[in-house]
Design a binder for this molecule. Structure first.
Ligand SMILES: O=C(O)CCC(=O)C(=O)O
Length: 295
């Protein structure tokens, strides 16, 4: 299928694009069933580490290739997110990953491959994600450009902490720390905190200058966004979970990094690079916050 030209233009101008109704009813049911399997495994892993009194970092060092579960910072029994979804569930890769991968290829006129994947559960009271650019988390893994598909299993609303995106970030080049030639445009990278409780967060003066727009979604909707788009989301103030899958792709010319990314994550679970602006614990959370490359 060829996407209309204005979709490609809109994505390349703004860095994001909504694809409402991306999943049909039966695909959404399939996704819900798959979520059920993954959630059961995630809870089982949290129970195992609790019963055996081992830390999650130790568990993953000895269980590479397992679903990676990350609990909420303030509630170790509550799943914040799980990752390595396609690696754990071949049917998820065959259907949902492939469908989105093809759509991104059509949009950008280039072949893409899965880089990482996760589901953010955001249970009632579940933590928000402070303002960040995903590239801060991905930069050390090779590719300099990525496209993420947020795939909503539940409606994402203002009340339960839908994504909010910075609509004017492409106009703020003069405030950027660096302008990156990505092959998909020269894109701004803003100053952010490195380490400490605000690891990954864009510095406050830039956050304040960005214009934030909430993106509410219905179940089955997709939002595509590039790894330079600043985004954030609030705490879930509703009574039910807000489950959204995030599938991140890189151009195939950089190679298939999925297995290597998750090998590293299993070996180094607490590394702050895996916890950029997330409501989760990491190894540098207690350290003094430093500003990255701040002049
Ligand atoms: O799940 C959300 O609301 C935000 C997710 C996010 O920004 C991330 O995982 O990088």
């Amino acid at each position: 299928m060829n996407l209309p030209l204005h979709a490609a233009e809109a994505f390349s101008r703004r860095g994001y694009l909504a694809l409402p109704g991306f999943l049909a009813e039966h695909e959404l049911r399939q996704l819900a069933d798959q979520y059920g399997l993954l959630e059961a495994r995630a809870k089982e892993i949290l129970r195992t580490v609790r019963d055996e009194s081992v830390g999650l970092a130790d568990f993953y060092r000895t269980h590479p290739g397992e679903l990676i579960v990350v609990p909420e910072r303030d509630d170790p029994r509550s799943v914040c997110r799980f990752e390595y979804v396609a690696g754990s569930l071949p049917a998820f890769r065959q259907h949902h990953v492939e469908k989105i991968r093809r759509r991104i290829g059509e949009l950008l006129g280039e072949d893409f491959v899965l880089f990482k994947d996760k589901c953010n559960v955001k249970s009632p009271g579940g933590g928000g994600f402070s303002a960040h650019q995903d590239i801060a988390a991905y930069d050390s893994f090779g590719p300099s450009y990525h496209v993420t598909a947020a795939l909503a299993l539940d409606a994402a609303t203002l009340e339960n902490g839908c994504l909010e995106v910075a609509v004017n970030y492409r106009d703020m080049a003069e405030r950027a720390r660096e302008i990156r030639p990505t092959g998909f445009g020269d894109l701004p990278l803003f100053d952010s905190h490195r380490g400490g409780p605000r690891n990954g967060d864009i510095v406050d003066e830039i956050q304040a200058a960005l214009v934030w727009q909430p993106v509410e979604m219905n179940p089955g909707d997709v939002l595509l966004f590039d790894s330079y788009l600043p985004h954030r989301s609030a705490v879930n103030h509703s009574a039910t979970a807000r489950r959204v899958f995030f599938l991140t792709f890189n151009p195939s010319r950089y190679g298939d990094r999925y297995a290597a990314y998750y090998m590293k994550k299993s070996a180094d679970y607490g590394n702050p690079v895996f916890h950029v602006s997330t409501p989760t614990r990491h190894d540098s959370a207690g350290q003094e916050t430093a500003r990255e490359f701040k002049q």
